[in-house]
Ligand binder design. Sequence first.
Ligand code: C5P
Length: 283
Amino acid sequence: MVLFERAPAKINLSLDILGKRDDGYHEVEMIMTTIDLSDRIELHPLDQDRIDVSLESRYVPNDERNLAFKAAQIFKTMYNIEKGVHIKIEKSIPVSAGLGGGSSDAAAVLRGLNRLWSMNIPTEELAALGAHIGSDVPFCVHNSTAIAKGRGERIEKLPSPPSCWVILAKPNIGVSTRTIFQRFDMSCITHPSTSEIISALEEKNFIKLCNNLGNVLESVTIKLHPEVQQIKDRMKYAGSAGVLMSGSGPTIYGLVQHENKARRIYNGLRGFCEEVYIVRILG
Ligand code: C5P
């Protein structure tokens, strides 16, 4: 039996850093939601006890460095499973973009193997396992709008955003999350208002949501890559109601309520930026 899992990208509605931890990570508060730009994961059972990964991408390795491989490895070790799996990944989410593609692939493998091998492991436990793979994996295991705290592993569900369109524009650069976090200056004083975003979600208030989007890593990435600011300005100028960089970047997204306007902004940005997408929020 072959099993399919969708691995959706995420965007940050907020990203705040509260402090630096002794383990080298940062204490964060991030509100994230999922969008309908997804990788597709196929899980094929193997007779032999091994993990194979195949994908067509110049940027992603197909060996143990791949987060999907790590997910299968950790799942097998944790539950003493002496079976094999071939993981086929069809990538649609841009790599090193701030959209959580690798984390979402890993989370989809955890969810998928849980089904493939009929393990019935609760989502909470799968998410805790995911934290060993990467800080965004627990959110991706839950796969719906939530606030992530701690290193990113403490997940509390939130209502999904009001219905809207999302235009994504990724400049042709890859960003290392590690580098961006390392360059963050703790004296940064403009923090997003997490509580206002939560109340905007609860009220399904689109304008309030747009007015409170915030990401403390934005200025760090922009300092290294000024073209991110240019895309942000374009996205705003074109009429997006809310504009923000997702994660450590470099992808900028804009939120718009009406399809016609979203398509106009999308078409305008295509002449300016190589990778542009128009998607909806999954929630
Ligand atoms: O957990 P993950 O491997 O995805 O994180 C990549 C890098 O981002 C870490 O090595 C760390 O430098 C940084 N990071 C951080 N604080 C977090 C999450 C990530 O400093 N909460």
